[in-house]
Design a binder for this molecule. Structure first.
Ligand code: PMV
Length: 317
């Protein structure tokens, strides 16, 4: 029996534009998804007691196919990450399942292998993706994607002419409050919506370019510790994502109310619902404001480790 876990993440800057090779910055969050794999005595693979199927277990099924697993397995998952909340739960299940399956096969995979396989699986299941979620869930800490090679380079990923250099970033010392709208939003339709806009409209391509510039400026503001500038750039990033059509009235409302007590706020992840983030010196005030508007706030510590094997993990249900 092998158990592997992987963390979720928040994207500080650059979601959606990163799918087109623009830079992005994400931080892993200390909410993890756990996956246990063991041999099953029946003739079908089960996930949490149900026969594995593409609709509910697409990422796990693809992970089994990618590794050529032929045995029937009993797979269990347990998640501290809300799905459809922009917090990278799909990447976390993919990475934790890959880790557990490799472990079950007696292998010790490298981070780079897991990140590459995870990215391919996300692309296959979602239609298109960037490696930001899967690389952050694999490596942990802060991760920077850039089309240039900068310091602390980890690996390079390429797909159909688009490429990303993945780097370890320094984890900024920030109070980040996450506000979940309560609106479940699947990533693929939102990525598809932006793709239609991008392919038909030069204006959309200009917006994507501008997000790229905001991310670069955000990276240097984070390095300087200039929180006022980081906040301004987050506000700008949110406006640009809104123009791309991936915000939601509840996101806009939570972003607006958080800004009163924050350096800046923006949606995080795919949008369309899901979550927003704010950076602030007063997390309690921001959390209270989010709650009053009907959102679900939480704060988190960055997850220092990405995917890892768990010696003992107890499933509660
Ligand atoms: O909402 P999430 O956690 O699935 O994040 C998606 C991030 C996107 O940039 C919208 C897509 C991607 O693959 O980069």
């Amino acid at each position: 029996m092998v158990t592997c876990s992987a963390p979720g993440k928040v994207i500080l800057f650059g979601e959606h534009a990163v799918v087109y090779g623009k830079p992005a910055i994400a931080v892993a969050v200390d909410r993890r998804l756990y996956c246990t794999v063991e041999k099953n005595n029946s003739d079908i693979t089960e996930v949490n007691g149900y026969p594995i199927n593409e609709t509910h277990h697409g990422y796990i099924l693809e992970a089994m196919k990618a590794l050529g697993v032929e045995e029937t397995l009993s797979i269990k998952t347990s998640s501290h990450l809300q799905s459809g909340a922009g917090l990278g739960s799909s990447a976390a299940v993919t990475i934790a399942a890959l880790g557990a399956l490799h472990g079950f096969m007696g292998e010790t995979p490298s981070e780079e292998l897991i990140a590459r396989q995870g990215f391919d699986i996300e692309c296959g299941v979602q239609g298109s993706a960037s490696p930001i979620d899967t690389s952050t869930s694999t490596h942990g800490g802060a991760v920077i994607l850039s089309n240039r090679k900068i310091k602390n380079f980890l690996w390079h990923i390429e797909k159909e002419g688009t490429f990303w250099n993945i780097h370890e970033g320094f984890v900024p010392n920030l109070n980040i409050v996450v506000g979940y709208t309560g609106v479940h939003a699947a990533t693929p339709p939102l990525v598809g919506k932006v793709s239609n806009f991008y392919n038909r409209n030069t204006f959309a391509r200009d917006i994507v370019d501008e997000i790229g510039e905001v991310v670069e400026a955000g990276r240097s503001a984070l390095e300087r510790g200039d929180l006022v500038q980081v906040g301004n750039l987050m506000d700008r990033n949110h406006k640009l994502l809104k123009i791309l059509g991936v915000s939601h009235p509840k996101l806009d409302s939570l972003v607006k109310v958080s800004r009163k007590y924050s350096y800046g706020a923006k949606l995080t992840g795919a949008g369309g619902g899901g979550s927003m983030i704010a950076i602030t010196d007063d997390p309690d005030k921001v959390s209270e404001a989010i709650s009053k508007r009907g959102g679900i706030p939480f704060t988190f510590e960055p997850a220092e480790t990405g995917f890892r094997y768990e010696k003992s993990f107890k499933y509660t249900q």
